[in-house]
Design a protein around this ligand. Structure first.
Ligand code: NI
Length: 168
């Protein structure tokens, strides 16, 4: 399956749109998921949402650093959030920057897996952060929208790589 072209700022029309629910899980959705997983791996990301590859549908993929397999969630919804964590975050659609924001410490997400089976995921820490980040993408929200002040947004230094963070 082919790696798909990444959409990023300032070309943000698809990134800022609210993505549509997937009406039916068919072979075209399977192809989109396969392409998203390839694209996430090639970009060394821990997560990716369909709008980032130009597809305005409610599909996300995730792969935490210790995971052997990637996870796809179709029509995901956050049903519970708890606590707060300060995180450093980057986004494949906002190249060259990273920032410090607040995320929930734990989240519970329900949705469908790639076979259409109902799933429920309870996550803490990095996985909770990634789920909130990817689900934001489905609503046209980027992490930079959560930045409280300009001092919390930083440029990655291209020469030293200082400020390299996990990107989603
Ligand atoms: Ni992102």
């Amino acid at each position: 399956m082919a790696v798909r072209a990444m959409h990023h700022l300032p070309d943000d029309s698809v990134l800022r749109r609210k993505a549509k629910r997937v009406p039916k899980i068919d072979s075209s959705i399977q192809r989109i998921i396969d392409g998203m997983i390839e694209t996430m791996k090639q970009s060394s990301g821990v997560g990716l949402a369909a709008p980032q590859v130009g597809v305005s549908l409610r599909v996300v993929v995730l792969q935490m650093p210790d995971d052997e397999e990637s996870t796809a969630i179709i029509n995901p919804e956050i049903v519970k959030r708890a606590g707060e964590q300060e995180v450093t975050e980057g986004c494949l659609s906002v190249p060259g920057y990273y920032g410090e924001i607040k995320r929930s410490e734990s989240v519970t997400v329900k949705g469908l897996d790639r076979q259409g089976k109902a799933i429920r995921i309870k996550a803490i820490g990095l996985m909770a952060q990634a789920l909130e980040h990817e689900l934001d993408h489905l609503n046209g929200i980027l992490y930079i929208d959560h930045i409280e002040s300009q001092e919390k947004l930083h440029k990655i230094e291209p020469e030293t790589g200082a400020g390299k963070v996990r990107r989603e």
